[in-house]
Every structure is written in C-alpha cells, then in structure tokens.
Design a protein around this ligand. Structure first.
Ligand code: FAD
Length: 596
C-alpha cells in the first residue's frame, strides 16, 4: 500500500544523569552541576521518527517542555536528522505535574502541527510514571499504543508489537495516533561528537511561550498534584569483600542481618468496620482482567483507606471477576464496564461513570501496570484529576490520600497529594500486603454500558511470564551475563532450594536468555527482597538501582574490581560455579530460614 509523506512529532524530555544525583544533608536532592541529557526512551522515539519521516518523504519535529537549557536535547535530535525543534519554555510552566505537562505538550503539538504520528518514550527515567503519553493521547483525542517494540507503517496503518509488563500484544492502529517506544525498538538517537552538536543551526528551533499556547492555566497552577516531604532511600551496605574460601563463615551472619533489617511483609489485618457518616465517599479500584493478586492487593488497600477515611469500595472493570471473591478482598460493590474492550474504552467508561456520581469519588486506585497507567492516565486527563504513578504506599492525612512515590531510580520517595476532588493513584505490584480474609456478604453488582471505540485493534495478547513473584519473593537471584544460559538449570535448582525468584540484567534479557519481564533495573522492575543474590553481574548502576531497597545484597563475581561489590553487603570473589555449592549448603539460605 502506498504511504503518504508522514508528519511525525517526537516528544523528548531532558533528565539529569541519575547515577550522579545524591541527597544533600538537608534531605533535598542535589541537582546542581549534575549533567543533563535526553531521556533514554525518548532517544528511541527520535530515531524511529527519523526513520519513518525518511521512508515516507515526510518530516520529523522534536518537541520538548523545559527550561532554556532543554534546547540541548533538540539540538542533539536535529544533529541526528530531525527537521525542526519546538521548545515550550516559560517561567509560567514551572512546577508542572504530569497532567500539566501533558496539557502543555498537547497545546504545543496543536500549534506546531497537525501531525500524523506522535512518538514518545515509554517513560522518563527520573520520574518514571509512564502516564504523560497516555494523557497527551487523551487530550488530543487520539488512540494510544504503549511500549512499541516493533513498528511498521503500511499505508495509513501502523502494525505494532507491544511490550507490556509480562505481556506481548500484537496490534494495529490507523494514524493519527500516539505511540510510546520501548527500549529495543530501534538504535537510539545519540550524538557523541560535540562539534556536530555545535554545528546545529539554532534557527531550526522554535520557542513557544505560555502566551503563545493560550490562556492557560499552566505549570503549577494547572497541576492537580503537589509534592510534600521527600525522603532518601538508603540501606547502608557492609561492602565486605572476601575470597570464596572465607565466604561461608560470613554468609550466615550477613543474611541474618538482612532478615532483621527488612521487616517481614505480613498480611494486613482484616479491615475494621467503616466509620459511619462518610458512606458517600467512594474509593474505586480499577480491576485489570487476569491480575487477581494485584486486584486483591488494591482492594485490601482500598478497604484499609475506607476504614480510616470512611466510605465504600467499588471494584470497577470490564471483567472484574467473581463478586463474592471481590467482597472477600474488600469490595462493597462491583461495577462492570460492559463492552469495554481495550484500555481506551475502560478509561472513557470510568471517566463518564465518575462524572455521573452524585459526589465525585474520593479516590481511584489502579495497578501500576501498562493497563493501569493508560486507564488512569486517560481518565485523569478527562476528569482533570491528579494522578500519582507507581506509588509504593498509601496513607490518609487530614482526610486526604497521600501516595508515596519513588523517583530518580529509587534514590528517594516523595509524598504526593492530589488537590482534585477525585485523587488517582497507580500502585506498584507486590508492595502492598495482601488483605486478610473478610466475611463475604452478598454485594451489589451493577453494569454500565461502555461505548467501545477500540481504535487500537488488539490482534493477539500473550502473557509471556508472571513476573509478579519478583515483587513478592523473599529471595531474588539476579543473573548476569557471567552465567551462560546452558547453566540455568543449576540456577533453577538453587532457586528451588532457596524459594527464590529469578531476575536478570539487561544484557541477559537483550540476549533473549530470559524474558524482558525478568529485567531488574532502571528500565526494568524494582525488587525489594530480603536477600538479593547477584551472580555474574558487573553491578552497573542501571541494574543495581532496581534493588536499592533490598535487605541484604550478596554478590559473586570473578573480577575483584567489579562495581557490584560497591553495592553489596557481602562480595565473594570467585567463579559463581565454584561458589554455588557453598551457597546451596548454607543453612542460612535455605527456603524457610528467612521466613522465621
Ligand atoms: C539507559 C540505560 C538503561 C539501562 N537499564 C538497565 C536495566 O534496567 N537493568 C540492567 O540490568 N541493565 C540496564 N542497563 C545496562 C547496564 O548498564 C549494564 O550494561 C548491564 O546491567 C550489564 O549486565 P551484566 O552485569 O549482566 O553484564 P556485564 O556487564 O558484561 O557483566 C558480567 C559480569 O560477569 C562477571 N563474570 C563473568 N564470568 C563469571 C563467572 N564465571 N563467575 C562470576 N562472575 C563472572 C564478569 O566479571 C562481569 O563483571 C541500562 C543501560 C542504559 C544505557
């Protein structure tokens, strides 16, 4: 099929070099002097945009929101082959949360467009919410495809392979559309030569001020979320490095230390009776089909919030599951979004239903999966509601919901508040305790009709793994490129003995030796087990950021200079194959020991 010249926009974000960031003594993040660069996922969006523009005889416009220094990422994209840059910059944009950012970007795209295709990174590595692309799509009224790992244009149709958490989705969509790019979609846009950057003619960069985008409000005034206290996450590491011959003696003591350091995740007590008087308050849980454990965690959290703040818990989704089971987990009512097929349909149905309530729901909770990020991202844009992404804890202060959200590769956790009537949060999998059993009474089930648009046509969905155990396992074995795949049966034996889950570095998932859903690190999952056992991994920051909150870290590496030893409590210098019997023999590492 012939393809017309495509006008492509790529959204890019300038972020700090997270590895070089640190918390100051005053508890504030030190950013001064930290080098800035283009967010790594956005590099894929620019490269893919250039390829499509070239293939169709079209153009690539690169768009960013930021201070004047953000011009540097546009220069890099232009040096790489983009046709023009658009910089939305104005003191009025300061303090933008994700929704205000999405509003500014959508307005900038409308002024600089129209575009046939808007590409974005899957998420930014500093804030890691992944919700801006979905919010931009909602504000522009466009379909959205998240996490493109394969992308092919056929006439006006984009044929896509999407990487979602532990799922692979084959889909197609007509342009115009918004597509976010996964890590290995294409070789990234990267210009290393300073002369090439200096040679970029700045006349190709257009500046847009707040006034040029419309009356606003913009920035902080348009942001329904605000950040409160920020806490550093630091688990002191013993950094003891020993040869394999001495390892056994120190191993048990260190693991015991980890068991003490890391509080055991216990089941939440059954929810207490709800306080009377505030029964109109509703906490909605958006239920992703086929994720029973996550639903249970969220309903348990919602029931605990309702016990504090008052109100009822409503499970909402296209296929929320058995009502008596949901009641046992904390739901007081079930609402079925009938006919909703894809995330866009669920979000539209949820937003319409919320708008139709007599009193706006107090909160909407959803899973921190790709599904949850899109459903709540889109619904938040439609409702103008504050959305916090990827929270790890939920509390109530003064009748308001407080979501604890990690940022900067887990360097810190911030308390985020929403000022909107409805407070929305996506919650990271596995971090909330499972609720204890509740007496299940019959609860009402209602059905609301969805009006499916289904502009993204899902052809095939396949769950490739269940990486949920990474979040819940007491022990995680991190496998690096220093372990050959033919030796994995040995690791699986060790994992069985220890009751451990297996994780991997990006090199391992890049090689296809383990599924991408097993990747731990800044562009993978986070895990906070009691014990992280790193075998044959060099311990690069981008990997170790994912296990910053682990109780104890034990690393085995043949190279005494490996950076992993700087992140570990116990470093064993040696060939992992020789250390393996020692690990297997250690009673301290046996399944059940840590659970004591
Ligand atoms: C933007 C960006 C994002 C990234 N995100 C992630 C991420 O999310 N997760 C991630 O993991 N990486 C990520 N990376 C990649 C990361 O920087 C490293 O390249 C990667 O983690 C290295 O993987 P590795 O330790 O398995 O391999 P290597 O660095 O090759 O290390 C292998 C190690 O094995 C040791 N070894 C070899 N043989 C043996 C043996 N017999 N016994 C014991 N030790 C042995 C070697 O000494 C070496 O230290 C990212 C990179 C970038 C640029």
């Amino acid at each position: 099929m012939t393809t017309r010249a495509l006008r492509v926009a790529a959204l890019v974000k300038q972020i700090p070099e997270i590895e070089l960031m640190a918390m100051g003594g005053d508890g504030r993040l030190r950013r001064d002097g930290v080098p800035l660069h283009m967010n790594d996922y956005c590099r894929r969006a620019v490269a893919q945009g250039r390829e499509l523009a070239r293939a169709t005889g079209g153009t690539l416009t690169v768009v960013t929101l930021g201070p004047p220094s953000a011009e540097n990422v546009l220069r890099e994209a232009i040096a790489f082959g983009a046709d023009e840059g658009v910089l939305a910059t104005d003191p009025a944009f300061a303090g933008s949360d994700t929704l205000a950012t999405a509003r500014t970007l959508a307005a900038a795209l409308a002024v600089a467009g129209p575009f046939d295709l808007v590409l974005a990174g899957r998420n930014s590595l500093d804030a890691d919410t992944g919700q801006v692309p979905a919010q931009v799509a909602a504000l522009l009224g466009l379909p959205f495809a998240a996490g493109a790992r394969e992308l092919r244009l056929d006439g006006q149709t984009l044929r896509l392979g999407l990487e979602h958490d532990d799922e692979w989705v084959d889909a197609e969509v007509e342009v115009p559309a918004v597509v976010s790019c996964a890590e290995r979609l294409i070789s990234p846009c990267k210009i290393k030569d300073p002369a090439a950057l200096a040679a970029v003619d700045g006349t190709g960069i257009r500046r847009l001020t707040a006034a040029s985008l419309g009356p606003g409000p913009w920035g902080q005034a348009a942001s329904p979320t605000s950040v409160g206290a920020v806490r550093a996450i630091e688990v002191p590491r013993a950094r003891r490095v020993v040869p394999a011959s001495e390892a056994a003696a120190v191993l048990a003591a260190l693991v015991q230390r980890g068991a003490d350091v890391f509080e055991r995740r216990s089941a939440a007590p059954p929810a207490s009776p709800r306080p009377a008087g505030a029964m109109a308050r509703e906490t909605i849980v958006a239920v992703e089909p086929g994720r029973a454990r996550l639903t249970r965690e969220l309903l348990g959290a919602a029931a605990a919030l309702a016990a504090q703040a008052g109100g009822r818990v409503i499970a909402f989704g296209p296929d929320p599951g058995d009502a008596s089971e949901l009641a046992g987990w904390g739901a007081d009512e079930v609402v079925i979004a009938d006919g909703a097929r894809i995330e866009e349909d669920v979000a539209a149905c949820l937003a319409t239903w919320c708008r139709g309530r007599e009193v706006a729901p107090w909160a909407v909770l959803g899973p921190g999966t790709q599904w949850g990020r899109e459903v709540l991202g889109r619904a938040s844009a439609e409702l103008g509601a504050g959305l916090t992404g990827d929270a790890v804890a939920l509390t109530v202060t003064g009748g308001r919901l407080v979501a604890a959200k990690p940022a900067f590769g887990g360097l810190c956790v911030a308390d985020v508040y929403a000022s909107s009537a409805t407070q929305m949060v996506t919650v990271r999998a596995g971090v909330l305790p499972l609720p204890g059993p509740r007496d299940a009474t019959a609860i009402p089930v209602t059905t609301v009709p969805a009006a499916p648009v289904s502009r993204l046509r899902v052809l095939h969905r396949k769950r490739t793994d269940d990486s949920g155990d990474l979040a819940t396992a007491e022990v995680v074995i991190g496998v690096g490129a220093g372990v050959a795949p033919e030796d994995y049966p040995l690791l699986r034996d060790l994992a069985r003995l220890m009751g451990a889950a297996l994780a991997a570095t990006r090199k391992v998932t890049d090689s296809g030796w383990m599924p991408r859903s097993r990747q731990v690190g800044i562009t993978g999952h986070s895990a906070a087990p009691r014990l992280y056992l790193a075998l044959g991994t060099s311990g690069k920051f981008n990997h170790m950021a994912g296990v910053r909150a682990a109780g104890t870290i034990v690393a085995v590496n043949i190279d005494p200079q490996a950076p992993v030893f700087g992140f570990a409590d116990l470093g064993i210098v040696g060939d992992w194959r020789q250390v393996l019997p020692l690990l297997a023999a250690s009673p301290a590492l046996r399944k059940g020991y840590l659970a004591k």
